[in-house]
Design a protein around this ligand. Structure first.
Ligand code: FPP
Length: 219
């Protein structure tokens, strides 16, 4: 959800105003995803690298995410959304944020219209490391480790491979996002800053995706 800060700066607003506008954008995208029958949507909210931002912004983002969960989980539940959080959950993530995540996941666990995964304190490399650690702890032999075994130990066991990744705000990188799941994902880049992104932008990206030819390495 890149571009919240730049969106705010362009308007002479504080970065936090950009994040608040970003929350509204995410809500519109969730509604759009439900409208067209998307079953899985993953939003990158805080990366393992975001801890290097200034302390006051990190503190704001922790509190902001906790507030967003509190503000939005009831509405997401009513929409039939299953909310999941993917990422490292222990220190330095504040306990109150972890508790809010657990509460929201518990509330929405039986919903099946859309699974919204929020990647929080998430890194694709960290996810693979954590999966391998969990796998090794099962006592599995080296020759029994295959792709299926690693996949089963990723943060969200039933998450399918990425079909479409959309990156907002004129950045052309993967930035450690779902590295395992994105192997054959189609990439879509847009200059739209995240707060200006809405369901119509999602639909446009899906139309672009529908025009792609996916060969998965075949012919
Ligand atoms: C990046 O903007 C965006 C974020 C750090 C995520 C903000 C979080 C949300 C909008 C909502 C999270 C949702 C839930 C359900 C918890 P940036 O600061 O990188 O902007 P820039 O690229 O302009 O610097």
């Amino acid at each position: 959800m890149d571009g919240n800060g730049r969106w705010a700066k362009q308007r002479g607003l504080a970065r936090k105003d950009g994040h608040m506008a970003g929350e509204r954008a995410l809500s519109d995208v969730v509604e759009g995803a439900i409208e067209v029958g998307v079953k899985w949507l993953t939003a990158y909210a805080f990366s393992t690298e975001n801890w290097s931002r200034p302390t006051d912004e990190v503190e704001f983002l922790m509190q902001f995410n906790e507030d967003v969960i509190a503000r939005r989980s009831g509405e997401l539940h009513e929409q039939g959304v299953r909310l999941i959080f993917a990422g490292r959950r222990g220190f330095p993530v504040p306990e109150s944020v972890v508790a809010a995540m657990d509460k929201a996941m518990e509330l929405t666990v039986d919903n099946d219209r859309l699974t919204l995964t929020v990647a929080f304190n998430y890194g694709g490399r960290a996810e693979i490391v954590d999966a391998v650690r969990a796998l090794v702890r099962t006592g599995v032999g080296a020759d029994d480790i295959d792709e299926a075994a690693i996949r089963e130990h990723l943060y969200v066991r039933d998450m399918p491979d990425v079909d479409l990744m959309i990156r907002s705000s004129n950045e052309f990188r993967i930035s450690n996002f779902l590295l395992w799941q994105i192997a054959y994902g189609e990439l879509c880049f847009t200059e739209t800053l995240w707060p200006d992104f809405g369901r119509e932008n999602l639909f446009a990206a899906i139309r672009e995706y529908q025009g792609r030819q996916r060969r998965f390495g075949g012919r």
